[in-house]
Structures are given as C-alpha cells and as structure tokens.
Design a binder for this molecule. Structure first.
Ligand code: PEP
Ligand code: MN
Length: 371
C-alpha cells in the first residue's frame, strides 16, 4: 500500500510524527519512505510492506498529512503505475526536467577518445541548443583486447569541457560501483561544471550489486538499459532495485534485443514497447537507435534506418533519444560504423522534432476523442 502525503509535508511537523507513530504500531507492516524533490515541490510517499490486505484504504486516507492512498500490486512497487494511477513521475536534475511528457536528445560519443573530438562534439551541441550528451569513459567490451575506455583519467577534462559548452547532463556508463565514486569525486573536484546520468548497460541490467550501489546514492539519476536477453519483466524488476534502495530518478532505455530474428539490424528493434513501459511504470522512456540498428544503412528514400527507428520511437512518445555521433568515425575507437556524422546533427534534430510534433498532434487527437 502506498500513502501519498500532501506536497511539501515537513518531516519535523507534529502531523507527520503522528502519522509515523501510528504506522509503527501496525503489526506485521514495515514502512519505507521515498522523497522526490521536484522544482516546485517535494513529494513524500510512504510504502507499507507486509500484511496490508487487512488495512482499509479509507481509514488510511484519514491519517494526518495523507492526501491519497493507492493499493499497489507486488510488482514494481515504487516505479510502477498501479491501477493506472496518474502520479507524475517527473524529476529534475541539474536544471533539466525528465518525465513521461517531454523529450531530450542525448547525442554524443559512444566513447571518449581525445579532447579534440569531445570538444568538437560539445561545441556542435551548444550551437544547436542542446544541453545533454552521451560520453562513455568506461566501456564494456566483448573482446578483452579492445579499447576499454579512458576510465577516470578523462573525467576532469570531459567535465570541464562540458561546462564550457553549457552541457548540463552527460549519460555515462558505469560497469563497477567504484566508477560511481570516481564520477562523484571528479564532479566535486572540478566544481560540478556539469551533471552525470549514470548509465547501466545491457550487459549489467541484472548486476544487482551495481544496481544497489547506483540506487544507494541519490544525487545522480540512472539510465537503465533493458537486458538484451531477458524478459521485459526481469528488466523492469532490475529498475525497481534502484528505487528500492532509494533512488527513483530512473529512466528506462530500450536498445533492441539480441536475436538473429533482428538481422540485419545489430539487435531486434523493440521501440514498440515505448507505450508498454509507460503503461506499466512511471519512468521516462529512452530509445537507443544506434545500438539497436548498429549501422548507417539507408532505404531508397535515402533515410537511414537509424532515423526511421528513432522516428518510430518518438512518434510513440519516447522521452529520450541516446544516439552515437562522431567527428571522425573511421578513427573512432568504439562503434564508428554506426555513428552519425557532425553535419547530420541539425538534420537529425529536425527529423526528431517532426516526429515529436506528430506525437503531440496524436495526443491532442486522443484527448479530443476521449473528452
Ligand atoms: C552504449 O550505450 O555505449 C552501450 C554499450 O550500450 P548497450 O549497453 O545498450 O550495449
Ligand atoms: Mn557503443
């Protein structure tokens, strides 16, 4: 059972203390408190776990500071959308709002290679009004002899360059809990010129200790990729690990499934699941067209498959697009063949805007129909 408290409830108030004291006395019930700080208000949710079947939602709704009571299913307690409840799930990070209602493009390098390429990318993003990017410092590679990323040594200059070009959020993969500490330390040492969205990749979707570590810290939000060979339910449970440890600032990313049925794409594009994630959970949904398609192949209309699948995800309501670009793809150290080129950045952004506009029109049409 979930108790949603009145916005901005003060944990030091007598009413709040009375509520907590009441809950503590209910037998066989444990409580967990989740606080979500938004730009306008702070929301407190109290999760009651255990023998909640005997509790009446009407009685619980009369307790001090309680605004609403939702009976939740066992699945995805924090991140789930129980009984189609309409709670907003927006969060702000470093001045950027993430929600199921808006859209951000995270164009950038699959892997950080050198300051020149990083600066070229960031400068182009600024010129096109972008405040988010992707930059991998720790790369999980299939082959142990492949470039593994520069690791923490590149963090200070990457963060300083990001600050120079007004980048507010960098999606950066972590593969070990040490990496989270290294990123937090580098952000602190450089005076927080930017922010980091911790990315947990498809190879680590069920790395539960990594999920717990990313969930224990509540400063940086987390972008969790869907596991490439597990069920959707298993991946959504992995996301819930983050929230169960205290970090509900989670974005869920679709990046294609590993199966030969997806050939000739690198993975079987799964962006038809954008609405499914929105129905089952309150997480913003990201699509990664680069790692799904894995090539620059085009159709006879000269539109690349990467553009087509991006449009398919965005027109279905995706909230974030993670996409590989590179200033010098033949010399990129990771994933050069799938990278978009710098002169394609405004073209890509415009194409995304067209698809987003179409989604917004579809939403207005649906609202009119259901009025
Ligand atoms: C990536 O985004 O760089 C990446 C490695 O993606 P995935 O975990 O989806 O393979
Ligand atoms: Mn890659």
């Amino acid at each position: 059972m979930l108790l949603i408290l009145e916005p901005n409830t003060d944990p030091k108030s007598d009413e709040y203390k009375e509520l907590v004291a009441y809950i503590d006395k209910i037998p066989n019930i444990e409580s967990r408190i989740n606080t979500v700080k938004g730009a306008q208000q702070t929301l407190t949710e109290v999760y009651l776990i255990g023998d909640t079947a005997s509790l009446s939602t009407d009685d619980m709704a009369t307790l001090p500071t309680v605004e609403r009571v939702v009976r939740i299913s066992q699945e995805y307690r924090v991140l789930g959308r129980h009984d189609m409840d309409t709670r907003a799930c927006a969060f702000d990070y470093n001045g950027v709002t993430f929600s199921q209602d808006n859209l951000h493009v995270f164009a950038g390098l699959c892997a950080v290679d050198n300051p020149k390429n990083v600066e070229t990318m960031l400068k182009a993003l600024k010129e096109h009004g972008q405040v988010c990017t992707r930059m991998g410092a720790y790369k999980p590679r299939t082959n142990p002899y492949s470039f593994q990323g520069h690791g923490d040594s590149c963090l200070p200059w990457v963060f300083e360059l990001a600050g120079k070009y007004g980048i507010k959020v960098i999606a950066m993969e972590v593969t070990h809990d040490n990496h989270i500490d290294e990123i937090a330390k580098a952000l602190k040492d450089t005076g927080h010129p930017t922010g980091v969205l911790l990315q947990i990749g498809t190879r680590n979707t069920q790395n539960f200790e990594l999920l717990k570590a990313a969930g224990r810290q509540q400063e940086m939000p987390v972008l969790l990729k869907r596991g490439f060979g597990i069920t959707l339910e298993e991946s959504l449970n992995a996301a819930e690990y983050l929230a169960s440890e205290g970090n509900s600032k989670v974005i869920f990313a679709l990046r294609g499934m590993k199966t030969n049925m997806g050939d000739p794409h690198r993975n079987f594009v799964d962006f038809s699941h954008v609405p499914v994630i929105k129905r089952l959970t309150r997480m913003p949904v990201c699509i990664d067209p680069s790692h799904s398609v894995g090539s620059r192949q085009t159709t006879p209309d000269k539109i690349m498959d990467v553009f087509h699948v991006t449009a398919q995800g965005v027109i279905a309501g995706a909230n974030m697009v993670l996409v590989d670009f590179h200033p010098d793809p033949p010399n990129a150290l990771v994933d050069g063949p799938q990278a978009l080129h710098m002169n394609e950045l405004p073209y890509f952004l415009e194409d995304v805007a067209i698809a987003r506009e179409a989604y917004e029109k579809r939403r207005a049409l649906s609202d009119a129909f259901h009025k």
